[in-house]
Design a protein. Sequence first.
Length: 363
Amino acid sequence: MARSFIIYADGGSRGNPGPAAFGAVLMEGRTVLAELGQPIGIASNNVAEYNGLLAGLRAANDLDKNATIEVRMDSKLVVEQMSGNWQIKHVDMRRLAYEARELHDPKLITYKWIPREENTHADNLVNKALDGDVRSSAPKQINFLNERLVSDEKPTTIYFIRHGETRLTPERRFSGSDGSNPGLTEIGFNQARAMAKEISARNPDILISSPMKRTLETANEIAKSTGLEIIEDQHWIESGFGEWDELTVEEIMKLYPQEWQGWVSDTSYTPGKTGESFEAVSARTEHALSTIEADYVGKTIVVVTHHMVIKTIVANVLSAPLVSMFHLDVAPCGITTVHSWPSDGLRALKSLSERSFQNTFKI
């Protein structure tokens, strides 16, 4: 999944035109990724403002060319011009605006005007640059995991469980949220019981499940082992596959060759005409995960869900491109563990598809 950044940008000139400098702050959530400040010689306030925008966009683009970006500036002129609402008459600013549009896909950028008092961080960088304190464009530390692992802060622990085997699992047939909704096989129930004993030993506080038959049957085994009540949540259903449901990969490639290529080549592609794209699944599950983190701080939560959903969650936790899910596989009743630290929402993948407790069962 592409990352999401916020840029605070500013610029100033002592003389207008006169000695000028820009300042920019690149953030991801509440984390400052980069502070940028540099003099640009003799220039006007507006040109300095544009240079602040350019510096922020360059830093963001270097980290993720597909990131969505919200630019926040106290320059009404730059915000309205870059939003396409005002004409750009000045030659220098036309050039700078063109450069900004070339730096990062304009479709991924939104511009927001903010009062000056909300832009003090970038403004301070401008003044420091003008006073001779030039800030490097090198990003600040963004990996705080090592510090978290030795801190006293208790993370929220989330165990994502794929349901047990159904009649469609052995042949790896597609089984989406808009299909036949099969239940567990005898092997699937055995997998669920073995996994439930392992999960019970980890003393979970909350049990959440997709409302589909196979996940509810799996969750019921956990409920019997832990005494927890099942909370059904529609956000954790499997991706829809439309008319591909119950087909194998080979059958889909034969019957729908162009559609198959579209699906494996584009994360925004809707499979089976009426299914759900990877990007849609990603947005849905990111919202659901954020809700869990907010509602159950410091708790241990079990989420019984599906193959595509867990792979999407893992890609997002790792801040990996969404296509990385094509390189992941999650076994029936495998346990995938994510830790989330409440202080800033940092997430870490602790395990993927654990099944050591049931290695005698057929996958």
